[in-house]
Design a protein around this ligand. Structure first.
Ligand SMILES: [Ca+2]
Ligand SMILES: [Ca+2]
Length: 258
């Protein structure tokens, strides 16, 4: 399905510093326009003119004719990198300083007519009140839309293998996210964000990450009609004097039939 690979050229650089001048010239030429690259996941051919953004950093660029792009942004902690190109599925990836310090090579997929893009934008759920230690504190540059997101989406046919896919989600501060080292909060955690489909709770989101998919029960899908998808963020379970919603961000919601 969605493919991405991160290659490190450390070994290559190592050799180049000592000799091999012709190759060196080649590499430094690539370096001028950036060695991060967007390719077609099927053909591995470079994709020109793909828009690469870091929405939380207000950073946006386009790939060159050889598919390469620069990432001239100050990255500290996880942030979402988004790739958009006409004719391809919107793609997003959570990156941090460690990942961004090495060449990022992303393969994107041609649009599948069976997939429905619900939203390509980034949304912030919560109340803009969060701890400095929470997953991704300080990175929320996107407008807060409140504790829940809801959208109607027309699904032509109910099947046994229809999924809601969240391209990327960050900021989830559940007990599980904490135990996995996704935040640094010592004494508190939140209930999990919940997914509702036509008013029925179908899943909880326990962890941050990319490409999480949630099966939609066939009997809940209204074929050929609008279906309501709602994502509610969790609440800080250690805060009892007022409601403190877990501040989270997600982008690239889609429906996939497999
Ligand atoms: Ca909050
Ligand atoms: Ca949070």
């Amino acid at each position: 399905m969605r493919k991405f690979l991160i290659l490190t050229f450390t070994f290559l650089f190592f050799n180049l510093t000592s000799n091999a001048a012709p190759l060196q010239a080649n590499i430094s030429k690539e370096g001028e326009s950036g060695i991060n690259k967007i390719v077609d996941s099927q053909t591995n051919q470079p994709i020109q003119g793909a828009r690469v953004t870091l929405p939380q950093k207000n950073y946006s660029t386009k790939t060159n004719s050889d598919g390469t792009f620069d990432l001239k942004a100050d990255i500290s902690g996880p942030t979402i990198l988004s790739v958009e190109k006409e004719g391809y599925n919107p793609f997003s990836l959570t990156v941090d300083e460690r990942i961004a310090s090495r060449p990022i090579i992303v393969g994107i997929e041609k649009t599948n007519p069976m997939n429905i893009t619900i939203d390509k934008d980034m949304f912030h759920l919560g109340d803009n009140n969060y701890s400095d230690a929470s997953a991704n504190a300080g990175e929320f540059r996107v407008k807060c839309v409140g504790p829940y997101y809801t959208k109607n989406v027309k699904i032509s046919q109910a099947t046994d293998s229809t999924y809601l896919v969240i391209g990327s989600i960050i900021g989830v501060d559940t007990k599980m996210a904490r135990s996995m080292g996704q935040n640094r909060i010592a004494n508190a955690y939140a209930s999990a964000p919940e997914i509702y489909f036509n008013g029925n709770k179908i899943a909880e989101i326990q962890l941050n990450g990319d490409g999480q998919s949630f099966k939609i029960p066939k009997n809940l899908i209204k074929s050929g009609q609008n279906n309501e998808i709602t994502i509610k963020t969790g609440k800080n379970l250690m805060q009892t004097s007022y409601i403190d919603y877990d501040d989270i961000e997600f982008m690239n919601l889609s429906i996939e039939t497999r």
